[in-house]
Design a binder for this molecule. Structure first.
Ligand code: GLN
Length: 543
């Protein structure tokens, strides 16, 4: 079967949840046994989001082949349970830089290089390439931004042309818009949708399906109105009302017939999706009856929940799998400016997670949190920078090396317990120069890590520049910190833990990129199991 393409655009406003609609469609098609992949086209000029502040763009998601991508790729992977690749994430910056490299190499010799056809051809090539690399039967392509933005217009032009390059029934276009509710008039308004579709049509794209985002149910008469103004059959004007959990969206989209509309346009057989497992997983994720754990996330981008989205999702997956709900408490590390303050802010939490991060702001607060968790035997999971903080804190307060630090924060640290590897020392470029992507890790038998994974060798995704300094290995181990995971040749420390503690585990990699609903990651499950066990012991004592 030749690949079919589904393009998802957005209108009216950004942050509509286009990515979740694309991911939900992916889920519904996967459950019908189609081989699906999802690609994101991002309009910004950064070659990838790796150098952007999380407040600009939310979390940077990392694929197994080491691409630093938009956080929507995380949603895609979690919804279609498939590992994606560099080819699934394309930005304007990547497109322009590839076009300019080709021009310099003389590949367009003789031609004036132009937006159309050279840039549009490059975009179309990247779309076909994603289909080829992922061997997708159906490739869903989400165009970032909103129709009408100057930035995304070249992508819109490329996807307009795309339909003429292949048979008509090989493409489908979905447009996601907002139907606002005006409180004063108590009315839902379709005019922004009408205008947005008009704009899309003026660019040569007639949508096949319109998804109306709203916080209220949209009556049939309004859908008919949208249908009348847009030439989209009313059956294909569907509603996506706000849900409690993003994982409910595929179920809502199934009821609304999203996948059936798309399959009809693509001339593909509609099959009955096997949604029973997903139904069960979602029921657990939203069960209001479950007892709730309180887990603190100590980071520096806490004002934007998207900045740690994979970490929060991993915590939710792990809790739900063990019949628990969770309240994730965001704690700004800058606020933990003393040990006493850390104690005050952390004492009624069940457990603490210190996620990844860059730069020295908030580091001392994270170190206070780690010390408090270690000394008070509070279950703790450290991720990437979280491991580095655990090592620095241990060196300072257990080894008595008061000036221990990472060279990231103090290049002249007296005790550089976290340092730069030789091969990193001469690198000046900041983009895509870290240790990125999947690396193997050997787990030490008899450790909590081994108990969690039940395996001797694992593969995990990395994104960091600095590493544990082996010069301190012996001293650290002699004082009670166990190196529970290393690279297979033993040269890199990948995991640490403390034996005399209910759960003090940290890893140099990012386990949050591998957790999926219904398939929680072992390290998060390990943490949650200990929290539940401690809760049970407490309630037994109380009775
Ligand atoms: N800033 C640290 C490093 O580069 C940690 C990175 C991270 O947490 N992802 O090594």
């Amino acid at each position: 079967m030749s690949t079919k393409y589904v393009f998802v655009t957005g209108g009216v406003v950004s942050s509509l949840g286009k990515g979740i609609v694309a991911a939900s469609l992916g889920h519904l098609l996967t459950e019908r046994n189609y081989k699906v992949s999802i690609q994101k086209l991002d309009p910004y000029l950064n070659v990838d989001p790796g150098t952007m502040n999380p407040y600009q763009h939310g979390e940077v998601f990392v694929t197994e082949d080491g691409a630093e991508t938009d956080l929507d790729l995380g949603h895609y992977e979690r919804f279609i349970d498939t590992n994606l690749k560099q080819a699934n994430s394309v930005t304007s910056g990547r497109i322009y830089s590839d076009v300019i490299s080709k021009e310099r190499r003389g590949e367009y010799l003789g031609a004036t290089v132009q937006m159309v056809p050279h840039v549009t051809n490059e975009i179309k090539e990247k779309i076909r390439n994603a289909a080829k690399e992922t061997a997708a039967e159906i490739l869903i392509v989400e165009v970032g931004g909103t129709v009408g933005d100057i930035e995304s217009s070249i992508f819109i032009e490329a996807i307009r042309q795309f339909k003429n390059d292949i048979p008509r029934n090989d493409t489908a276009y979905i447009h996601v818009t907002l139907v606002p509710h005006l409180k004063a008039a108590d009315e839902l308004k379709t005019k922004p949708t009408q205008h947005s579709v008009e704009l899309l049509r003026s660019k040569g794209i007639q949508p096949d399906v319109i998804v109306l985002r709203s916080d209220k149910s949209i009556p049939k008469a309004l859908r008919e109105k949208v249908s009348l103004f847009t030439d989209v059959p009313v059956t294909n004007v569907i509603e996506s009302k706000d849900c409690k959990s993003i994982y409910q969206v595929p179920l809502v989209m199934q009821r609304e017939g999203l996948a059936s509309c798309v399959l009809a346009k693509l001339n593909l057989e509609d099959k009955k999706p096997g949604l029973s497992v997903w139904n069960e997983v979602v029921a657990k994720l939203i069960n209001p009856e479950y007892p709730k754990l309180k887990i603190g996330l100590v980071g520096k981008y806490t004002k934007l929940s998207d900045a740690y989205i994979s970490v929060s999702e991993s915590i939710r997956h792990a809790c739900a799998a063990q019949d628990h709900g969770v309240e994730i408490v965001s704690i700004l590390s800058d606020d933990l400016d003393s040990y006493a303050r850390a104690e005050e802010m952390l004492c009624d939490l069940d457990g603490i997670v210190v996620p990844g991060g860059f730069g020295d702001r908030g580091i001392e607060g994270k170190l206070n949190a780690v010390r408090w968790a270690r000394e008070n035997k509070k279950p703790f999971l450290g991720l990437c920078l979280g491991l580095q903080c655990a090592v620095i804190e241990f060196a300072r307060n257990v080894l008595g090396r008061k000036n221990a630090n990472s060279v990231e924060f103090d290049s002249a640290a007296a005790d550089p317990v976290i340092h730069l590897m030789e091969e990193q020392k001469d690198i000046e470029d900041k983009g895509a120069t870290m240790r990125l992507g999947l690396y193997p890790c050997k787990i030490k038998p008899g450790t909590k890590a081994h108990q969690a994974y039940g395996l001797n060798l694992i593969d995990e995704r990395h994104r960091h520049r600095y590493e544990f300094n082996n010069a301190y290995r012996e001293e650290i181990e002699a004082n009670g910190m166990v190196i529970s995971g290393t690279s297979p040749d033993d040269s890199l420390v990948e995991m640490i833990e403390i034996t005399d503690h209910p759960y003090f585990v940290a890893c140099q990699f990012h386990p949050e990129f591998l957790s999926r609903p219904g398939k929680p990651h072992p390290l998060f499950s390990g943490l949650v199991k200990v929290l539940i066990q401690q809760g049970n012991e407490l309630s037994q004592k109380a009775s």
